[in-house]
Design a protein around this ligand. Structure first.
Ligand SMILES: [Zn+2]
Length: 127
């Protein structure tokens, strides 16, 4: 078996991403990875790297969403029942997102990731 790791040109990977997305929208990083792998069988990069390559393609739109369903963000502090304050920050796509909740009374802090895992969506930009 050949142990030499083959380097797949980024351009080839990007072309595969575009051809996948021209057929359908993809709503997770893992799904994009498995679809691209159907085209490039020896794909040997991480799904995170694939996502970054997708975001470099001008005609591809990558959006980040919190998973819907099963979202249980508390409104009130679980410790003292004071209304929680949302903490916002800019994500990688420069969009404002809620990253956590804090209680100003008792200093409780909950990260939004505990309540809602992130999900990426990939699609071809509409002209
Ligand atoms: Zn509290």
């Amino acid at each position: 078996m050949n142990s030499k790791k083959e380097v797949i040109p980024e351009e080839e990977i990007k072309k595969a991403i575009v051809s996948v997305l021209k057929k359908k929208k993809i709503d997770s990083q893992e799904m994009l990875y498995s679809e691209v792998k159907k085209i490039i069988r020896n794909l040997n990069i991480k799904p995170e790297r694939l996502r970054l390559l997708a975001s470099e393609i001008p005609e591809v739109l990558v959006t980040v969403e919190t998973k819907s369903g099963g979202l249980k963000v508390p409104e009130k502090c679980p410790a003292c029942h004071t209304k929680l304050k949302k903490i916002e920050a800019k994500n990688l796509l420069n969009k404002k997102v809620v990253v956590g909740l804090k209680c100003e009374k008792c200093k409780y802090y909950g990260s939004i990731k505990e309540f809602s895992p992130y999900r990426y969506k990939f699609e071809i930009k509409e002209k």
